[in-house]
Design a binder for this molecule. Structure first.
Ligand SMILES: *[C@@H]1O[C@H](CO)[C@@H](O)[C@H](O)[C@H]1NC(C)=O
Ligand SMILES: *[C@@H]1O[C@H](CO)[C@@H](O)[C@H](O)[C@H]1NC(C)=O
Length: 265
């Protein structure tokens, strides 16, 4: 009992250590669910990066990070920055997160930002970031909508194109390769089964161990005959001159010719 505890406790510690390796675990879900946690984990490649975009009216810019502090503001995942006064407004906390996942997108919510002064019934600001699959290696961040002229339910909507949320396409085998694999498997089973049968039951030796050896050698001979008949033109076949004849002729004449040149006149 004590021993098993001693083994299990470090195991748990190890698992906890692996868990903490996710930077996206710094995000805190408003209501925890495994599917939302998995959606967050998909965004892991986007952590430790700062994304910036201009506002619709050029006097603001927005700064965004996945599960990390922006502009040194504690817990702020998305911040609006006034260009003139450098004033920072918290749009949403990554410690107040929701994450919804589709086949090739993740919708990230940062809530609990600074309250609106006049409009939107003084509710807290919040941001929605639509992260969509893009095959481009460059991540593109932009603002879509600054919905803040309503009585309630105001929000800031952003878009981020990234390959991080693209679906993993399983490699599919074509019908042809599946057929070939089946044929090879059958052949392998036939050969091994037949080999064992011939060796152990019939007691064959050498090439005779191949299953149905006589049948296959017959087939081989027949096809060789067929090929011989079709491919060869026996009619006008002549005996090719042997190399030895050519060799002796050349050897017999050439040295004499050469010698002639060398003889003194
Ligand atoms: C992310 O950034 C933090 C602080 O800036 C740094 O300590 C950490 O090593 C970085 N992690 C990765 C994976 O780059
Ligand atoms: C957002 O984070 C700030 C800083 O930690 C905190 O003061 C504020 O209460 C948070 N908002 C909510 C709704 O929790």
């Amino acid at each position: 009992m004590l021993l098993s505890l001693r083994i299990i406790t470090p195991l748990f510690a190890l698992l906890a250590g692996v868990q903490a390796a996710f930077i996206t675990d710094n995000c805190k879900l408003i209501s925890h669910s495994d599917s939302e946690q998995n959606a967050l984990h998909l965004l892991e490649p986007l952590t430790n990066q700062t994304f910036t975009t201009e506002g619709k009216e050029q006097d603001y810019s927005y700064i965004f990070q996945v599960c990390g502090d922006v502009a040194g503001m504690k817990d702020a995942g998305l911040v609006q920055k006034e260009k003139k006064g450098e004033k920072l407004v918290r749009i949403g906390n990554y410690t107040n997160t929701r994450a919804v996942r589709g086949s090739d997108w993740v919708l990230l919510f940062y809530e609990g930002g600074e309250k609106y002064d006049r409009h939107c019934s003084h509710e807290a600001r919040k941001a929605m970031i639509m992260i969509s699959c893009s095959t481009s290696t460059k991540n593109k961040f932009s603002v879509v909508l600054e919905e803040n002229q309503k009585e309630e339910g105001c929000y800031y909507l952003f878009e981020l194109d990234s390959s991080a949320v693209c679906p993993v396409i399983p490699s599919k085998l074509s019908a042809g390769s599946i057929f070939l694999i089946i044929v090879f498997c059958c052949l392998a089973v036939y050969l091994t089964g037949g080999f064992l049968y011939q060796r152990l039951v019939v007691g064959a030796k050498g090439v005779e161990q191949f299953p149905n050896y006589s049948f296959w050698s017959e087939i081989g001979n027949l096809s060789a005959d067929g090929c011989d008949f079709v491919c060869r033109s026996r009619g006008n076949r002549q005996e090719p001159p042997t190399y030895r004849g050519v060799g002796t002729e050349a050897l017999g004449e050439e040295p004499e010719e050469r010698d002639d040149h060398l003889l003194p006149m």
